[in-house]
Design a protein around this ligand. Structure first.
Ligand code: TYD
Length: 208
């Protein structure tokens, strides 16, 4: 069972994933949480290239292949073995981020990005995707505030303009429309408690 969490910057994914881990562990489930890009040594190295604001702009195809390389390694080292062990895997971002950011955001051809996603995943696909939806300006302000507070250099995507993030948001919207059985929209403007109880309900339905 693979459950992914998607959304624009500042949509609250990491807070919600910790709550789901807690809820599932409390009910005796074997669960692991991982993150993209990251989760492996290669992934962490690629993360620092991809998210460091000092990296500056990259060729969109080069960016696509770096995210895909990080995912391929994560599948090989972490996700596939965990699924084989019968664990529930929660992943902070996955294939829909690539379609939304590199496809809709950067403007790469959608079908080509989708094909690379399928090739990298080779049969592993999310059983459920929680799309945390909130207005672009709200998410972006939250994310930029958090970066400043933590003195983080991971601001490469936050530096993109509102039009880029709006295209990414539209990407998530159209993915959710195309795959309503897999992708469930949750309004992330509500309180953390309300959002997490909705997510936990969706997760419980998917794993029961
Ligand atoms: P992340 O730390 O997940 O951002 P946040 O916690 O603010 O949501 O950073 C990941 C960034 O990488 C995010 O800006 C989206 C981007 N990204 C892509 O562009 N393509 C991808 O395939 C993935 C996985 C992430």
């Amino acid at each position: 069972m693979l459950i992914t969490f998607e959304g624009i910057e500042g949509s609250g994914k990491s807070t919600q994933i910790s709550r789901v881990v807690q809820a599932l562990s409390n009910s005796g489930r074997d669960v692991i949480a991982t993150v993209e890009p990251g989760g492996t040594e290669l992934g962490m190295n690629l993360r620092s290239i991809l998210l460091d604001s000092n990296t500056g702009s990259l060729d969109p195809l080069a960016e696509l292949f770096l995210f895909s390389a990080a995912r391929s390694e994560l599948l090989f080292e972490v996700i596939k073995p965990a699924i084989a062990d019968g664990k529930i895997v929660l992943c902070d971002r996955f294939v829909d981020s690539t379609l939304a950011y590199q496809g809709y955001g950067r403007g790469l051809e959608i079908e080509m990005v989708a094909e690379i996603n399928r090739t990298v995943c080779a049969g592993v696909w999310p059983n459920l995707t929680i799309w945390l939806d909130l207005p672009v300006d709200v998410g972006l302000n939250r994310a930029i505030g958090r970066l400043n507070q933590n003195n983080s250099i991971e601001g490469r995507f936050e530096k993109e303009d509102v039009l880029f993030h709006t295209r990414v948001q539209d990407g998530f919207k159209s993915i959710a429309k195309q795959e309503p059985d897999r992708v469930k929209r949750v309004d992330s403007c509500e309180s953390i408690e309300n959002v997490s109880s909705k997510i936990i309900q969706l997760v419980n339905e998917a794993i029961s």
